[in-house]
Design a protein around this ligand. Structure first.
Ligand code: AMP
Ligand code: MG
Length: 363
């Protein structure tokens, strides 16, 4: 989003080009950051890589956006001269108050936004980036939209930028809830089971057959209560042998179960009036909720979207590759209890992991 700098009428810009993610972008950023630090380190508190090139895997306009934070905003001749010596043009505020804008290359290879650290501009850019980094599915949606808009408004940068505004506002609302959940939010840990087949499957084909959940107290991180309900799938209502073996869920269990809209309503009744934070191990459960809500024309409740992906947070914090729930239990010396691949038992096991890891994740 940092790329959305209004262009001056006297400053023609090249057509919008969105290219596939280039894995060398982070290194290019680091090289540039070090050059800037070398010259201006004593005037700067922090430099951040922002915008689409800072989000792994995301197609973007091939311009690196950088955010420079100064304790008190003061861009003087010395700073401008140093930036010019690094190949930048100084464009002053360039349409955004309290920001100094520098641009390098034609077409631009680097944008540098110079602001006061922790200013509104700073916080919004960093929050958007962190949320996208933590929600690859959302980043995927953003990418698809950008590619479409770049085709449509190839030579009309203001229209391209304007068309993204509503979406970006909406993402930022969710990102704020994700980063700053309402005071006292309980954690709702969910684990879904779904129809599956040995030959591989896709969430679009799969349907939820069990919603398992545990509520965790916001302060003590202790489980408060739990919930489980079977769901009757409609697209392929006969469970494969593979699915029955994997989940231990039987055909009669789901034959007599409620359809998704009613089962989901029961789940929401159990969840109650919030505030809540929805957590699960990995991104699968959020994805499957989206698919089943879509299939049944049910709007996704707002609180499900700022999702806490415990698996990603665990591996990021420990700097280890992504682990299964079973591996995480082993790492933390927690014995597996119940039947793995039953929603309620998986949710209870994840709750035990969460009790240990939520505090050191700062949640
Ligand atoms: P889990 O929470 O790990 O039990 O997985 C949720 C759902 O993903 C299961 O109900 C299956 O539909 C599917 N699934 C999980 N593991 C496998 C697997 N090894 N092979 C096929 N499908 C799986
Ligand atoms: Mg499970």
């Amino acid at each position: 989003m940092a790329e959305d700098t209004p262009s001056g009428a006297d400053d023609p810009q090249p057509p919008i080009e969105v290219v596939t993610y280039d894995p060398s972008w982070p290194n290019q950023y680091e090289t540039e950051r070090d050059r800037i630090y070398e010259l201006l380190g004593d005037r700067i508190e922090s430099i951040e890589h922002i915008g689409s090139t800072a989000i792994k895997g995301l197609a973007a306009k091939p311009t690196l956006d950088m955010l420079v934070g100064q304790p008190v905003l003061k861009v003087d001749d010395g700073i401008v001269e140093s930036m010019i010596s690094l190949g930048y043009h100084y464009l002053e505020e360039y349409g955004i108050p309290d920001r100094h804008f520098f641009r390098k290359g034609s077409p631009p290879t680097h944008h540098l936004h110079w602001v006061e650290i922790d200013s509104h501009f700073w916080e919004v850019q960093v929050l958007f980036r962190d949320y996208m980094r933590d929600h690859p599915e959302e980043a995927q949606r953003y990418e698809t939209m950008k590619i479409k808009l770049a085709e449509r408004f190839h030579n009309d940068r203001p229209a391209y930028t304007k068309s993204k505004t509503g979406y970006i506002k909406d993402v930022l609302e969710r990102a704020k809830l994700w980063r700053f959940p309402p005071e006292g939010s309980d954690y709702i840990i969910v684990d879904l089971e779904a129809t599956c087949w040995e030959t591989g499957q896709h969430t679009n084909r799969m349907e939820i057959i069990e919603i398992g959940a545990v509520r965790i107290d916001s302060k003590t991180k202790e489980p408060l209560d739990d919930f489980s309900i079977f769901v009757h799938p409609t697209e392929e209502p006969t469970l494969s042998d593979f699915c029955k073996k994997l989940t231990s869920i039987t055909q009669p269990d789901i034959d007599n179960a409620l359809l998704f809209p009613d089962a989901f309503e029961k789940f929401l009744e159990w969840v109650g009036d919030g505030p809540h934070r929805f957590c699960s191990w990995g991104a699968y459960d959020l994805k499957q909720f989206r698919v089943d809500c879509d299939r049944n024309n049910i709007p996704m409740p707002d609180w499900l979207e700022p999702h806490v992906n415990l698996r990603r947070m665990f591996s990021a914090k420990r700097e280890i590759p992504s682990t299964t729930m079973i591996q995480a239990l082993e790492i933390l010396n927690i014995p597996l209890s119940g039947q793995h691949h039953r929603g309620i038992d998986d949710a209870r096991n994840i709750a035990k992991i969460a009790k240990i890891i939520l505090p050191y994740l700062g949640l």
